[in-house]
Write a new protein. Structure first.
Length: 129
């Protein structure tokens, strides 16, 4: 996987080698009506979306009628602090599930690649070319 990000002023464009794209506006001149997330919000959103996607896949593969999946990611983050130290993820899967099924949902959620990256990643190497 490769993702290239280009920035001009407050406009950021990301493009994955799969062809998928993401655009955000970020900076002090960002218009008030622009509702794109900032990079830290994108980080937390990617965790929540990954967890939801893993649970949805699990339900679909088992033909479980799970309705809406809600994932809330919260954290106390201050600039300069690591984002991943104090994240709380709460998942609600629509339906009447017993404790065994909820435990299965938790195990599936923990297999999310974004979650795995946060808990298992060593350092991230940044190089200025």
């Amino acid at each position: 996987m490769r993702i290239d990000v280009r920035n001009t002023g407050i406009h950021y464009h990301g493009e994955a080698d799969s062809g998928m794209q993401l655009d955000i506006v970020f900076g002090p001149e960002k218009p008030a009506e622009d509702d794109t997330m900032n990079p830290v919000e994108l980080f937390a959103a990617s965790l929540g979306m990954c967890v939801a996607a893993m649970i949805r896949k699990h339900c679909d593969e088992r033909e479980l009628e799970c309705g809406e999946i809600k994932v809330t990611v919260e954290g106390d983050w201050e600039p300069g602090d690591p984002m991943c130290e104090n994240l709380e993820v709460t998942v609600t899967v629509e339906g009447d599930w017993d404790e065994r099924r909820k435990a299965a949902f938790l195990k599936v959620a923990e297999t999310c690649p974004v979650h795995q990256s946060i808990v298992n990643c060593g350092g991230v190497n940044i190089e200025i070319a």
